[in-house]
Design a protein around this ligand. Sequence first.
Ligand code: IFM
Length: 436
Amino acid sequence: MPGNPQKVKHDHTTLFFPEGFLWGAATSAHQVEGNNVNSDWWDFEQKNQPPEKRSGLACDQYNRYAEDFELAKNLNHNAHRLSIEWARIEPKEGEFDQPAIDHYVQVLKALKDKGFTVMLTLHHFTNPKWLADKGGWKNGKVVFYFERFVKKIVPELQEYVDLWITINEPNVYAYNCYFLGVWPPQKKSKWLALKVLWNMAKAHKKAYNWIHKLTPTSRVGAACNVASLGFYHKHSIIEALTVWATDSFGNHLFYKLTGNKYHDFLGLNYYFNQNFSYDKKHTVFPPVADISISKKDVSDMGWEIYPEGIFDVLMDFADYKLPIYITENGIATTNDDRRCRFLIAYLKEIYHAIEAGVEVKGYFHWSLIDNFEWANGFEPRFGLVEIDYQTQKRTLRPSSKVYAEIIKTNGIYHHLLRFLGHTVQAEEVLYPKVTG
Ligand code: IFM
């Protein structure tokens, strides 16, 4: 009845996630460990980057991993995603460093002892320097080198790993290193970018087979960066075609090159919403609309905040009929209120995708701690936990506690949803409350 004060005007339900949902955070070795001296990225930083953009000691997680895992445990995380560093394990071609392997056994054991489900990435952007000197991922022999590494390391670590990610963001790696040429080895060629993606697809398939052979019950996938895409002028065929091409090459090509048979699950890293817009300056393909023109809300990286996008990519990738993990999602910001809202808004969209039938099995927030953001150095702050790089002190941000509460509830309570604003029934707006 309009105006009835007894009537519940707001939706007070908790948005519960499926039982057994994995909640955690993700990091990568080079970005947090420090002193990764035998890698191509380290070499690149010394030669090309100003001192403040070199990884150096990073978060010193090589030594402080136990402290960081304790933080994650106290924040209720039940899963953790991390990577191992090939350059430490095989610092010289064909020579494996047993102390480095033993170190990673200790790291993974520490996670298992705390009860985490462990997701381990084998390749996250960095390579041993010797491999880069041999042409890196553009050299077809890389498939053999990666396979040799996998065969060595998997039996050593398998006892402590639940989910394997062979390669992180092969699409971003090929694009940044070989198409744009902004990351090492700074080559700029479309064909090389395709060749690199092709080699990564082959290496993934080999790794998938080996991991299954060595540990038959394991679950193996890759983590691809996927963007939600759109265009402003719905009458423009060229904009529609650009979206189709970007989606096919950027989002799906790696999965098409590898095929469902080589993935037990899909790992999706979601950060980007891109709208294409034709303008007179560009005669062939319309570019991504510049955020300074669209004036949308962006992170400190200039990436648009668009929670609905994670729903869109989940609905799209549900077509593969494989379980999905959000292997990364997060925001660079020095204003932690924004991270709180970001978390709630994106998780709410994931909840809706699950309700719509998508099999999402877990969420790994990027990142547990602030870390080295590649060419951008230490300025972007992605962490639930703040790092003081002078002292290496860890300080919990409020967002880490919001996330902890969501995990404890296995869902999002109404009082957290209020951060996003109430859902308002039209009735209430049209017939304001009459009391008495
Ligand atoms: O920091 C990176 C990570 O290494 C890969 N995915 C995107 C993150 C934020 O840029």
